[in-house]
Design a protein around this ligand. Structure first.
Ligand code: IPE
Ligand code: IPE
Ligand code: MG
Ligand code: MG
Length: 329
């Protein structure tokens, strides 16, 4: 297993190698064409604005890195599969923002803020369905099936989270199961669809996806609005009891239990966040995610391609380190 003594701090720096950046440029062109391919200009404007607004492109990068790792090259089908994965992700964010009633995403106004709930519903549908159609016509039946199965899981994960809102009986295991479906499933599939042998990377993708969402949940509790570029405490405000929160309540923050099961005032949210930041939840969650990063890398097949190896071995722990740098205090 290659060891990388010097590794960039920022996850996105890892994606800057020549093959991956060229591949990501091709994905960008494909993604732009797909998200603006409706007969209706208003749909193109809304979908195109969200995909053009950026985002880290982590999922398509995983597809490209997996293709390089397992096949040594990035072909047309890989580019389409990567664009489909990103378009499904972006469509699911349009739906997520509708469910969360969020006003801003990727630095621009959300589709729900711009066009209302009905508009966001159908624009998100368009993006997801368009991705699936492109996969069906330009990749393979296996890839299209994997994407459709992931959409089912994603919907189930989001539904579970919604069904558990303000449920004081939600357990850390319930929260993790929702994370596995709503987020880790698409990370896993981003790897699987890259190559006929992509299944070999399924465990890696899933573990990386788990740590990615758990860190996002932690930052919502323990970062600052300035560092994140969005308000903190959103999950608590909306009644989403995340894995880090439920773990803390089950350990040294038993005194926070009376704050569960009901809507909180802004003052109460401030109290809960301050209490969590002074608890072991931050270190415990970072440790848990370090474990997942190690498990992800341990699940990798042997990767000979140097650029792919640097990305796949480096990304999980770079993501943990980057999140740590965003924590308050
Ligand atoms: C946001 O995903 C949703 C989560 C799974 C936390 P990303 O953080 O990858 O969003 P973009 O693509 O960079 O905008
Ligand atoms: C991400 O969940 C949504 C999906 C995985 C579909 P979050 O609700 O935690 O993501 P943010 O915080 O809005 O980006
Ligand atoms: Mg959200
Ligand atoms: Mg959500």
């Amino acid at each position: 297993m290659p060891v990388h003594a010097t590794r960039p701090q920022h996850p996105e720096e890892l994606l800057a190698g020549p093959a991956l950046s060229e591949g990501l440029r091709r994905v960008e062109r494909r993604l732009n064409r797909l998200s603006t391919s409706s007969r209706l200009p208003l749909i193109n404007r809304a979908a195109g604005r969200i995909t053009a607004a950026g985002g880290k492109r982590l999922r398509p990068a995983l597809t490209l890195a997996t293709a390089l790792a397992l096949g040594g090259r990035i072909d047309r089908r890989t580019v389409t599969a990567a664009a489909c994965v990103e378009l499904i992700h972006a469509g699911s964010l349009v739906h997520d923002d509708l469910m969360d009633n969020a006003a801003e995403r990727r630095g621009v106004r959300t589709v729900n803020a711009e066009l209302g709930g009905g508009g966001a519903l159908v624009v998100g549908d368009f993006m997801v369905a368009r991705a699936w159609l492109a996969a069906l016509s330009s990749t393979s039946r296996t890839v299209a099936e994997a994407l459709a199965a992931t959409l089912v899981e994603l919907a189930e994960g989001q539904f579970q989270e919604t069904a558990d809102l303000f449920d004081a009986g939600r357990t850390p295991a319930d929260a993790l199961e929702s994370v596995r479906r709503k987020t880790a499933s698409l990370f896993r599939t981003s790897c699987v669809v890259a190559h006929p042998d992509g299944r070999a990377m399924a465990e890696y993708g899933e573990r990386y996806g788990m740590l990615f969402q758990v860190l996002d949940d932690l930052l919502d509790l323990a970062s600052t609005a300035e560092r994140l570029g969005k308000p903190v405490g959103n999950d608590l405000r909306q009644g989403v009891y995340s894995f880090p929160l439920l773990t803390a309540v089950g350990r040294d923050c038993e005194d926070l239990r009376p704050f569960l099961g009901r809507r909180l005032t802004e003052e109460e949210i401030t109290v809960v966040l301050a209490r969590l930041r002074n608890s072991s939840v931050v270190d415990d969650t970072i440790e848990y995610c370090r474990g997942l990063a190690a498990d992800a890398v341990a699940a990798l097949p042997v990767v000979d391609h140097p650029e792919a190896a640097a990305v796949l071995y480096g990304l999980p722990i770079a993501t943990v380190d980057h999140a740590r740098a965003l924590l308050a205090g």
